[in-house]
Design a protein around this ligand. Structure first.
Ligand code: PEP
Ligand code: MN
Length: 353
């Protein structure tokens, strides 16, 4: 439920409305429209009476929200969320590029990739050190020493670092080495991990579960936001379908759909979504044209020697091809993005202005 207060409401009148809501056990999330204050009501609202609320002095209108997600909803927060990581803004006009190996393997490997990526204009370096692998016999990641290597390589080339946490104790282990915590697809519904990560002050990169619906995906983000961390970006990394020629199926639909229903940035990961190097460039372009706020790709100097996911990693030349292709459509995509932002601003003033 959203309560729009009029611009002449007194402090006492605001207090009366809030007391009434709090008495029912619900929580309040406050935000400001262009001119008016908005109270978002979260939690058990069984005792909240819409008509009674509308009768309070200073209340302009009460809007019911049918979706189960609240804090992640664009209705609660009409403008796009912009997440600042070092000098990068995620969710703003310019889509961000995140690249790096599936796994940090050696100090030399990650340092070489960091240098190459910074030369190509990438701002965020990825690299897993705790790896969720389907087989217990596969490479499980370098652990903390790998985190130290990626952090030092990133520092040398002025990049931000993103790496995955698989369990609660990984949060402390990685805290000083990374700028963004990644929650992998397999952990999307590890609710204890989501609650713990929601108590941190670093941005979170939440990947869509292998068979997660839109609502399940946004409810997982809701877990993080409801603990106080509002710096969440979502990632479409493909879902499991009957299609057998790719590792997963890239769900292009969810990119504009998320932009419709949520204010959180959505990043695409065509490496995991396709599992095939030859499909990464076309799928990247499709996703960016559809409104993605960024792109995460796996890159390795010698993909055929990679410890994990070599068959979905670009080599340096292929990464150049991707950047060239992006340059061809970039201006047009930015024009579309600008138009979208203007539409949002217009809706904000119609809604609460
Ligand atoms: C990864 O990013 O390397 C990864 C394991 O991704 P996902 O959780 O999407 O499978
Ligand atoms: Mn991978």
């Amino acid at each position: 439920m959203i309560i729009v207060l009029n611009d002449r409401i007194s402090t006492d009148e605001v207090k009366n409305v809030k007391d009434y809501i709090i008495k029912t056990g619900a929580r309040i999330h406050e935000s400001e429209g262009t001119e008016k204050k908005i109270l978002g009501v979260i939690g058990d609202k069984r005792d909240l009476d819409q008509m009674a609320l509308e009768a309070f002095p200073g209340v302009e209108k009460v809007i019911r929200i049918l979706e189960p997600y609240k804090l992640t909803s664009r209705k609660f927060h009409p403008r796009n969320t912009i997440i600042k990581v070092k000098d990068v803004s995620i969710g703003d006009l310019e889509p961000v590029l995140i690249a790096g190996p599936c796994s940090v393997e050696t100090e030399e490997q990650i340092t070489d990739i960091a240098r190459e990526m910074s030369e190509k204009g990438v701002k965020i370096l990825r690299g897993g050190v705790f790896k969720p692998r389907s087989s217990p016999y596969s490479f499980q990641g370098m652990g903390e020493v790998g985190a130290k290597w990626i952090s030092e390589a990133a520092k040398k080339y002025n990049l931000a670092v993103i790496s995955e946490v698989m369990e609660i104790s990984d949060i402390d282990t990685l805290y000083d080495y990374v700028d963004i915590f990644q929650i992998g697809a397999r952990s999307m519904q590890n609710f204890k991990l989501l609650k713990a990560i929601g108590k941190t002050d670093k941005p979170i990169f939440l990947k869509r579960g292998i068979s997660a619906t839109l609502n399940e995906f946004l409810m997982s983000a809701e877990y993080i936001l409801s603990e106080g961390n509002e710096q969440v970006m979502l990632c479409e990394r493909g879902i499991r379908t009957f299609v057998e020629f790719t590792r997963n199926t890239f769900d292009l639909n969810i990119v504009p759909m998320i932009k419709n229903v949520s204010h959180l940035p959505i990043i695409i990961d065509p490496s995991h979504a396709t599992g095939r190097t030859d499909l990464i460039i076309p799928v990247s372009l499709g996703g960016l044209a559809a409104g993605a706020d960024g792109l995460m790709v796996e890159v390795h100097p010698k993909p055929y020697e990679a410890f994990s996911d070599g068959n979905q990693s670009l080599n340096y030349d292929q990464m150049n091809d991707l950047l060239d292709a992006w340059e061809v459509i970039r201006e047009s995509v930015l024009k579309l993005r600008k138009k979208k932002i203007e539409e949002i601003e217009k809706n904000v003033s119609d809604y609460a202005g």
